[in-house]
Ligand binder design. Structure first.
Ligand code: NAD
Length: 298
């Protein structure tokens, strides 16, 4: 593990379900964090809790060694960095690194990298896997892509404060590509498992018994072990991961497959299932998609 520079200033933009616990771990790791969220009460509350600074303008990021973004989409990342009151890069020292930990679109990441480089700022992509629980525990799995070795070296100690395993995935955008493809695989498990629960229950199987059997059998996955029983069968629907974000991630995987001339029929089917549920339910917890799929089959 690299030594964090205690007291080093790091900026963090996007203090939602994931960003807030990640900031707490950066503060615990000895960083002096300058936080920003579009919601003023969120940034004020978190800054007070960690003894950091709530940014009120781009100039408040002057002096940070790195800025982490943990925002919903690529376009929001680009606009938070470049469009907010004339943009943040003008206030940064040359060589400052931006670490986009959001689940962004890899093609847009490459474009953003070029726009930031023109302003003397390096970009690395470092999306995460593990959800809110691992964000709180500081044990996220992090996929790190980047072209600039100095920027990667600067980013590693910062991201180590939030994760327990870092995979170097290759050039800029490869972390984001990997993240989208991972979430496609997880979403395929979610849609398949929900379908199975609906069909099985109709035949007379008990849903929790089904989950217990998946988890002792070849149908087991992270989804069956951590999501199905806790949030779907229990009807608590509180995984902390929004349906709109999941639909976005699978859409990114679909576009990536298309760009690579891969027909990806399973990805198309899973993407359509999530998009339809999102159109009907809005941006609720993704596990509530089960209620839409149940209604469709009623
Ligand atoms: P969230 O919706 O809970 O939080 C997003 C935050 O960004 C909100 O607080 C919002 O106010 C803020 N925001 C939006 N636009 C802004 C802007 N222009 N400037 C500043 N702040 C702005 O989302 P989340 O669940 O924390 O997810 C963040 C990212 O992490 C997404 O890309 C998501 O796909 C990814 N992700 C989420 C999970 C999860 O389990 N929730 C897991 C892994 C990755």
């Amino acid at each position: 593990m690299s030594e964090p520079a205690r007291g080093q200033q790091v900026g963090f933009i996007g203090l939602g379900n994931m960003g807030a616990p990640m900031v707490r771990n950066l503060a615990k790791g000895g960083y002096d964090v300058v936080v920003y969220d579009a919601d003023p009460s969120v940034r004020a509350r978190l800054a007070e809790e960690i003894g950091g600074t709530a940014a009120e303008s781009p100039a408040d990021f002057a002096g940070v060694a790195a800025i982490v973004t943990m925002l919903p989409t690529s376009s929001i990342v680009a606009s938070a960095l470049l469009d907010w009151h004339g943009g943040i890069p003008a206030h940064l020292e040359p060589g400052t690194v931006v670490i986009d930990m959001s689940s962004s679109d890899p093609t847009e990441t490459v474009e953003l990298g070029a726009r930031l480089a023109a302003e003397g700022v390096a970009l690395v992509d470092a999306p995460v896997s593990g959800g809110v629980l691992k964000a709180e525990a500081g044990t996220l799995a992090i996929m790190l892509g980047g072209d600039d070795q100095a920027a990667i070296n600067a980013a590693v100690p910062v991201i180590e404060a939030m994760g327990s395993v870092i995979f170097r995935t290759g050039k800029l955008g490869t972390g984001h590509a990997m993240k989208a493809l991972n979430n496609f695989v997880a979403a395929a498990a979610t849609t398949a498992a929900c379908e199975a629960l609906i069909a099985g229950e109709r035949f007379g199987l008990d849903q929790q018994t089904m989950v217990d059997i998946f988890n002792a059998s070849t149908g087991q996955s992270w989804v069956t072990s951590n999501v199905l029983g806790q949030h779907v069968v229990s009807r608590s629907f509180g995984s902390g991961f929004a349906l709109g974000l999941y639909a976005k991630d699978v859409g990114i995987a679909k576009h990536l497959a298309e760009a690579m001339d891969e027909p990806a029929p399973v990805c198309h089917a899973v993407s359509a299932a999530l998009d339809d549920a999102y159109a009907e339910l809005g941006n609720v917890d993704h596990t509530l998609a089960m209620t839409y799929w149940e209604r469709l089959r009623a």
